[in-house]
Design a protein around this ligand. Structure first.
Ligand code: OAD
Length: 262
């Protein structure tokens, strides 16, 4: 069914819900895309679980450092920029992401709800204390080799990335804010997610049940089963800027991308 851009123009509260696909055009790998998805090539139980870390901390730390190196090299793409620009044009926008990168922030989105944590929010695996300053990337981290994790200054336990691993709970306050926004918003733009990982994936359903419209932006056409559910097939970096152009919602300049960080 055709999505009328006027729905966006009239929205009082837009919830933008993003997944790995929003960062794909920045060169960050998704998880479940055939051939290129991280979970096609690596075992999530080995790399994204506390048991996996306990079994081989150097393997897991090295893998996350490889991903951190990739994120540091990457730049926000037109999808991240369009979302930041949209926030300036609608009365209220809540940005909820499953991504652990900081590309939304670098595009100019200030208050991002990171449901699955952030890769660079390190803490101690043993005593759980957060790490004040970011550990420098080890030489050759981008190659994905084994790297022993740095040690906690308090208890000498190994540091871990601040992401939510399989079997762990999502940050409760962040999830509450995301669910509250789902129940309050009148439009969800669900961008670049397979919608397979709960509880994050229930956000579009919650919003639909509360009376909102939902638009899926994805090159793989989403099945839409509800009269207020729509699919815009295509890459986020193309579809979102076009949607902003099509919706008569005033104008604010597109933020300029920040340079890649070193
Ligand atoms: P997935 O890899 O499961 O899904 C990525 C989605 O992005 C797919 O539906 C692709 O079709 C779509 N996609 C690819 N390129 C795109 C583009 N240029 N524009 C728009 N969409 C595009 O990633 P997520 O749904 O984010 O969790 O995965 C959810 C969670 O599973 C992740 O946060 C991660 C993973 O396990 C944790 O690590 C806790």
């Amino acid at each position: 069914m055709h999505f009328d851009p006027n729905v966006l123009a009239k929205a009082r509260h837009v919830l933008v819900f993003t997944g790995a696909g929003v960062s794909a055009e920045s060169g960050i790998a998704t998880f479940r895309d055939k051939l290129v998805g991280l979970w096609e090539r690596f075992d999530p139980t080995q790399l994204a679980s506390a048991d996996g870390f306990r079994a081989d901390p150097a393997l897991v730390w090295g893998w996350y450092e490889m991903r951190r190196a990739g994120i540091l090299q990457a730049r926000p793409n037109p999808a991240h920029l369009a979302i930041a620009a949209l926030a300036k044009r609608v009365p209220r926008l809540t940005l909820v992401t499953q991504n652990v990168d900081d590309l939304h922030e670098r595009a100019g989105s200030p208050d991002v709800l990171h449901l699955h944590g952030r890769l660079d929010a390190f803490r101690c695996f043993s005593c759980d204390r957060p790490v004040g300053s970011l550990p420098a990337l080890a030489e050759g981290a981008g190659a994905g080799r084994r790297i022993e994790p740095p040690r906690c200054v308090y208890c000498a336990g190994p540091l871990r990335p601040g992401v939510v691993w399989f079997g762990e709970s999502l940050p409760a306050h962040t999830l509450e804010r995301a669910f509250a926004a789902a129940e309050d918003c009148d439009l969800v733009l669900s961008v670049g997610t397979s919608g397979l990982v709960q509880p994050a994936a229930s956000i579009p359903r919650l919003a639909l049940a509360a009376g909102a419209s939902v638009v899926h932006v994805n090159p793989q056409p989403a099945l839409t089963g509800h009269p207020r559910e729509f699919a815009l097939a295509g890459k986020a970096g193309e579809v979102l800027p076009a949607l902003l152009q099509a919706a008569p919602i005033g104008s604010a300049p597109m933020p300029r991308p920040a340079p890649a960080r070193r």
